[in-house]
Design a protein around this ligand. Sequence first.
Ligand code: GAP
Length: 487
Amino acid sequence: MVTIDDVVRHALERGFFFPTAEIYGGLAGAYEYGPMGVRLLEGIVNERRKRFVFTVDFPVYEIHGSPLLPRAVFEASGHLEKFNDPMVQCKSCKSVYRADKLIEEKLGIDAEGLSLEEIGKIIKENDIRCPRCGGELSEPRRFNLMFKTYVGPVIDESSEAYLRPETAQNIFIAFRRVVNVFGGSLPFAIAQRGEAYRNEISPRRFLIRLRVFRQMEVELFTAPEQVREFSPLERFYDRKLRVLRKEGKEEEARVRDLRGKIPDTILYYAALESELFEAIGIDPNKIRFREIPEHARPHYSSFNLDAEVELSFGRVEVAGNAYRTDYDLKRHAEHAGISMEANYGNKRIVPHVTEPSIGIERLIYAILEHNLEDDGRGRKVLRLKPSVAPYDVAVFPLVKKLRPKALEIRRMLSESGLRVRYRDKGKIGKMYAWADMIGIPLAVTVDYDTLKDGTVTIRDRDTREQERVHIRDLADRIREILKNNRS
Ligand code: GAP
């Protein structure tokens, strides 16, 4: 089985990620995307855009907002008051831990959302001690996760600003302008992707709990009744989802049979997510949606159905789907003293919000873990779907002498719009192995026959089958194979 250590090693050695500020000892909770990671990120973003923005039956407006926002935004959103996690500190070695996660690891129980008193009691009763030195732990206290700074040279409350802990707030504060410019009849949505920042108490597990990460979020604005009766859901009625209800019952059910138990708009995004996750190579048997009990829901949510993926060390939330009601728009309307309404029929109303919030790095981790395999000969193969692979095709000359022809073919393929990687280091077997490790689905080999009859070999990463193709048909044939692999 592939472990987290295998994934980390592979991602670092093959240029998917680098530790941030590596030459200075790193920055805990941050990673740089390397050249292969950038391509993988791009693939995920494109696949998500296709489904959540381009092929949707209602208007979806995209924005790209500032990650730095003034204090007033987070006073209104409730993040200043409520966006905090419980922490404990070791009295001996001073290590700090996120208390609910520590309980989860030690006792295997879900402690998210418990009060400080409850957490303190569990720690005492079970004699949970510092995992590093065995020392006694402090009483738990709350720690606000936002990074604070000041804008300009004057340091006081008026210049206080924060790095956004979720991309969503840009959307709520852009809402009024979007309505004014584009009309804003319900339903419509605003989508965004970008960095979010959280000063996590203990970042860990590589890409799973970071301090700098990326989210792809949509805020869907509807009338309250459309949350329960949302006609765009119809096209997903027959799709099956595995759902763990909050009473503890797990079932695989068709969307049509989940209606009435879960709001329509939430089901709509859960169905889109399950489609997206499969399209980017997450194992469909390892995807589950979990209804979050009230005590563990974020402060703005009145219903949450989170997407979880099974990994080698347990299940991890990769997306939060929240019914945020009119919480955010009403709070911003009150704090900013403006109206936050949209058109619904011949009325003006404050819309209700449904939000799918997908974390990109957690998806990337899951893709890497679910697609990294041993080829049976001690080599790793990364079986990435073409949509998220760093390149469409590699081009290799069989021997260095064939370089000019191979470079000519590379240029021809690139000019046809394919993403091509050329390499001429080492024997052909080694070059195939290299392409397999970074997940390139196809490799073209230029050999002596190419000079004679204009044909090359296409080799498939997963089947290792080879076929001979004439150069004039090469780009089309590659496209055809990639398209078949996609579907
Ligand atoms: N706007 C709602 C929101 O931010 P969330 O459940 O806190 O909801 C959404 O975050 C997603 O963002 C998570 O499901 C996860 O994929 C990702 N995420 C959250 N915190 C993260 C962290 N510290 N490191 C990496 N990804 C994180």
